[in-house]
Design a protein around this ligand. Structure first.
Ligand code: F42
Length: 327
């Protein structure tokens, strides 16, 4: 099992650099930086991390094909690859409509956009002049002026068709989930894509991009993750909630409490143990190891510890390093 860690640059970049160095020293293989226009810029963050680390792989987790032209995105990640001595990964996902509405960007055909962007990126990374006439992504002779290197492309995917696409064309699938039931479904869809493209499951790093919270005391770990789980429940498709035996009507209750900033309700019982089990890897090191072992058996090859990581981030990184990665 490989281990990654996710940071959201709603925190200052220098703070993330400090945590990332600590993650590298504690044995993490990958760091993933999220991309939302209202946070610090993902490539600026990755560039600083590249200069401040030696071994950890550095990924956008994930950028999107709408806010930057594909050739500009290729240049940005290639610069990170150069600074880091070949440690960059391009994580790409279609993003969400609500965000693009705010930016005045039309969000059309996310799957087609993702597929055509990946094909252009592969050609750009190979240093070729790209002449692509796609439905959404067209280039007329664009070519990199410096060697990008062989940069892996991972896709942020949840839906069946996007999972299948990842199996067909990506080096990895970043899947926002924590529970074996969700990965049973996801691995099947990825395998469809792998088979249809004549690839092997070994070609795809199946990554659990999970809400994670660890502490020596289970209650502290649980409380630290409750609000994150509330957001996940409120944003989940009803089908996913039903898969975990959760009544989809909770979307309204929990979404309403979030909208009102009523954290008392969320912390006081609205977020049940079933919800925590479905949408987070949490608890003591032994609890987390037990869940990770289950995921590994299903075919997960990387676990990314995402927000909140633990009630105390520094303690959590050290605990994961000692008891899980090194344990
Ligand atoms: N989004 C961000 O904006 N920033 C982040 O930092 C971020 C991180 C992240 C990490 C892991 C992860 O898994 C997702 C992450 N995301 C992040 C979200 C990501 O960008 C995507 O929004 C999300 O993963 C995509 O969800 P999805 O796989 O459910 O895809 C959506 C678009 C969907 O509807 N998929 C359908 C499916 O079945 O998979 C396919 C839809 C389809 O086929 N559409 C056709 C097409 O061509 O696009 C058109 C169909 C028609 O009728 O026109």
């Amino acid at each position: 099992m490989a281990y990654g860690i996710e940071f959201v640059p709603s925190d200052p970049v220098l703070k993330i650099a400090h945590y990332t160095k600590m993650a590298e020293q504690n044995g993490f293989d990958n760091v993933w930086i999220t991309d939302h226009y209202n946070n610090r810029d993902v490539y600026t963050t990755l560039a600083l991390l590249a200069a401040n680390t030696n071994t950890i792989k550095l990924g956008s987790g994930v950028t999107n094909p709408y806010t930057r032209n594909v050739a500009v995105a290729a240049s940005s990640i290639a610069a990170v690859n150069e600074i880091s001595g070949g440690r960059a990964i391009l994580g790409l996902g279609p993003g969400d409509k609500a965000t693009f509405d705010k930016m005045g960007i039309e969000w059309v055909k996310p799957l087609t956009m993702t597929r055509e962007t990946v094909s252009a990126l592969r050609e750009l990374f190979a240093g070729k002049p790209v002449n692509q006439k796609g439905e959404l992504v067209s280039l007329s002779g664009a070519q990199m002026a410096f060697a990008a290197g062989d940069i892996p492309i991972y896709l942020g995917v949840q839906g069946p068709k996007m999972l299948e696409l990842a199996g067909k064309i990506a080096d990895g699938a970043l899947i926002n989930a924590s529970h074996p039931l969700d990965f049973e479904v996801a691995v099947k869809e990825i395998k469809k894509g792998v088979d249809s493209a004549g690839r092997s499951m070994k070609d795809v790093d199946v990554t659990a991009y999970a809400c994670f919270s660890i502490d020596k005391k289970v209650d502290k770990a649980l409380n630290a993750a409750k609000i994150v789980v509330a957001f996940i429940v409120a944003g989940s498709p009803p089908m996913v909630l039903e898969r975990h035996g959760i009544d989809p009507s909770v979307i309204g209750t929990i979404g309403g409490a979030i909208a009102k900033g009523d954290f008392g309700t969320l912390m006081g019982g609205a977020i049940t143990t079933e919800m925590m089990d479905a949408f987070a890897i949490y608890g003591t090191p032994a609890d987390c190891v037990a869940r990770i072992d289950e995921l590994m058996k299903i075919g997960v090859t990387q676990v990314v510890v995402g927000s909140p990581i633990g009630p105390d981030k520094e303690k959590a990184i050290k605990l994961i390093g000692k008891e899980i990665i090194g344990g």
